[in-house]
Design a protein around this ligand. Structure first.
Ligand code: ADP
Length: 334
């Protein structure tokens, strides 16, 4: 018996797995990617072939892993999971590839963070279903070609633009995941609440959805924290006032900005006069990795119109100053 969401509760990773949609029909929102993907899968099925390699791009928590699992389920094959940072040597990748069976689906998360030699090995594997295993070193080294069975690679990346062109070109289909509309997040929150056996009102669901940064993973996480609050401070039912009070306690503001988003905006406005400022400088100012600022905080700030990326650097929009409760300076860069 597989673990239900209610059983798994308490262990965040297990809950996340239990809340994952299992079929394309269960996936909420992302209509375009869903329709595109379902065509790719159905056509491959009709031809009796492994589907083309699929690249999924978009900020963390929007459903890339979920879609990879669904692809494997639709193909009827096991999903083999790995990630770019786990593949430090080409040999790591050779070992994974040579263990594949016909029709397997290989999921490589954070594929943009793979090492260069591994990347080059992957090009060949994707195109010719072959790896060249190099034996020995220096002038005496020989490459022994190893045939691979047809498989489907599903790559995930936070930004498709980070992938080198040759790798990007070898994917037959690229799906771009967008931040979710509040109405879709509301459906996700209601679905998760039912699975977790949490009672919540429509207004409670709406409040959680509108503060979830357009991200299902965050919606599910906030639901669990609000549920804790409802259980300890009230009668367990997630109502509108309960949701508001809980989210305030966890420092999620009305636009869904979290601590990092606010730190970035704050540094941009107060320390750098609204910019333009380079993203590396901004990252140092908030004590975070450049990638985290660039791939986690920025996409949402850009989408909500609080920050703009310009050729000269990051710039705060007038809305950013207002959001921080500051007056927009007359000489602001925007
Ligand atoms: P990513 O791989 O892009 O970081 P995941 O696929 O791990 O994101 O999704 C994070 C969580 O959000 C999962 O637990 C899943 O339940 C939920 N989720 C993501 N997309 C959807 C969706 N379209 N509908 C319902 N739940 C979703």
């Amino acid at each position: 018996r597989s673990l239900t969401a209610a059983d798994a509760d308490g262990d965040d990773r297990a809950v996340e797995a239990a809340l994952r949609p299992r079929t394309l029909d269960e996936v909420v929102g992302q209509e375009r990617v869903r329709e595109q993907l379902s065509l790719v899968l159905e056509a491959a099925r009709g031809r009796g072939r492994a589907p083309d390699h699929v690249l999924l791009s978009g900020p963390p928590g929007l459903g890339k892993t979920t879609l990879a699992m669904i692809i494997a389920a639709e193909v009827g094959s096991p999903l083999r999971l790995t990630s770019g940072p786990a593949i430090t040597h080409a040999g790591d990748l050779a070992a994974i590839l040579s263990g594949l069976h016909e029709g397997d689906v290989l999921f490589v998360d954070e594929i943009h963070r793979m090492s260069r030699p591994a990347e080059e090995m992957l090009y060949v594997a994707m195109e010719d279903f072959r790896v060249d295993v190099v034996i020995g070193k220096g002038p005496g080294a020989t490459a022994i070609p190893l045939e691979l069975p047809p498989f489907t690679l599903v790559g995930a990346t936070t930004r498709a633009g980070l992938l080198p062109g040759p790798l990007r070109d070898r994917f037959g289909f690229t799906g771009h995941l967008e931040f979710y509309e509040t109405a879709d997040l509301e459906r996700i929150v209601r679905r998760s609440a039912a699975l977790l056996e949490v009672e919540l009102t429509d207004e409670g669901a709406g409040e959680i959805a509108s503060r979830s940064r357009g991200t299902p993973r965050i919606a599910n996480r906030l639901l669990r924290r609000v549920r804790d609050y409802a259980q300890v401070r009230a009668d367990g039912v997630v109502t509108h006032p309960i949701a508001r009070a809980a989210l305030e306690l966890y420092e999620v503001d009305e636009s869904g900005l979290d601590r990092l988003d606010r730190a970035v905006l704050d540094a941009l406005c107060r320390r750098f006069g609204g910019g333009p400022v380079g993203v590396s400088t901004l990252a140092v100012a908030v004590g975070e990795e450049r990638e985290t600022v660039e791939e986690v905080a920025e996409p949402f700030l850009v989408r909500t119109g609080l920050l703009a990326r310009t050729p000269r650097g990051r710039v705060a929009t007038p809305a950013a100053w207002t959001h921080l409760g500051l007056a927009v300076p007359a000489d602001a860069a925007f």
